[in-house]
Design a protein. Structure first.
Length: 278
């Protein structure tokens, strides 16, 4: 006997797993409220990390440039664009890595390095390298607020680098190039990385007034040219430098130090002792 399904033509219940329009709108509204509450904190954290992250990436680029100079057995140099090399908007402010491809046939001729480790932004938005200082930092120089450390190099030091004059003729006074020899050695160098506040023209780094740098957030990327080690240091306060001068301490802690609180004498002693124990 043939059986029929009495429910075959009955309408299906609408109480399944779907969402009504009202429920969807409520969820979207809650998500919008949560996003509005969380985004300022996320943006604030990103902004806060912009300068130290740029400084760390600058250090990494230094170390990679040095490593490739040793790997290839060629001179590499790291520099920032000259004023005439900036693009029309003046936004090409990233460091440039170049290699002396044929030192015997074309000495002193450098070509841009196109490897993957060079690509990408080293300095993030509104972060600039505002000065490059060659030579080991000294307390006296920092106390005198000398803008151009390269001018303080004596003749003997200049003669050690036979390419010194050649390079300096072609570059901005405050942006000398850093050259890594095939053995990985170079000059001591300090890259002063600053975060330019809103309202300041960040697209013309060569026009920034040196006296205004004290008002910017800054980190100094300091590289020991002999060992290739590099540290991130905030600028020392005047009282700290006077303390260093009194005790005959160097102007480089040889460790990362970004804490804004002033250094105490005991802290400096502990830092130096920890370095000796290593």
């Amino acid at each position: 006997m043939r059986q029929t399904d009495d429910n075959l033509y009955e309408p299906r219940s609408s109480g399944g797993g779907g969402f009504t329009l009202l429920e969807v709108l409520l969820v979207v509204g809650l998500l919008a409220i949560l996003t509005a509450a969380v985004m300022p904190n996320l943006l604030g954290r990103f902004t806060k990390e912009r300068l130290p992250r740029s400084a760390k990436q600058m250090r990494s680029l230094l170390q990679l440039t040095r490593a490739n100079a040793m790997l290839d057995g060629k001179r590499y140099r790291l520099r920032f664009p000259r004023e005439e090399e900036l693009d029309e908007e003046g936004t090409d402010l990233q460091p440039i890595v170049e290699c002396e491809e044929e030192p015997f046939r074309n000495p002193g001729v450098y070509v841009p390095v196109e490897a993957t480790w060079v690509r990408g932004e080293t300095l993030l938005e509104r972060v600039l390298c505002v000065r490059v200082r060659l030579g080991k930092p000294t307390v006296e120089q920092l106390l005198e607020n000398i803008e151009d450390v390269t001018a303080e190099l004596d003749e003997e030091e200049k003669q050690k680098n036979v390419f010194y004059q050649e390079f300096m003729e072609d570059f901005e006074k405050d942006y000398p190039p850093l050259v890594f020899e095939p053995d990985g050695t170079s000059e001591w160098v300090t890259f002063i990385i600053a975060e330019i506040p809103r309202g300041v023209d960040a697209e013309k780094p060569h026009d920034l007034e040196p006296d205004a740098l004290a008002d910017y957030k800054r980190i100094e990327v300091i590289c020991d040219g002999l060992t290739g080690l590099a540290w991130l240091q905030r600028p020392f306060y005047e009282d700290e430098l006077k303390m260093f001068l009194e005790h005959g301490w160097p102007a480089v802690l040889r460790k990362d130090f970004l804490r804004p609180q002033p250094l105490t004498e005991q802290e400096v002693v502990e830092i130096q002792e920890s370095l000796v124990r290593r």
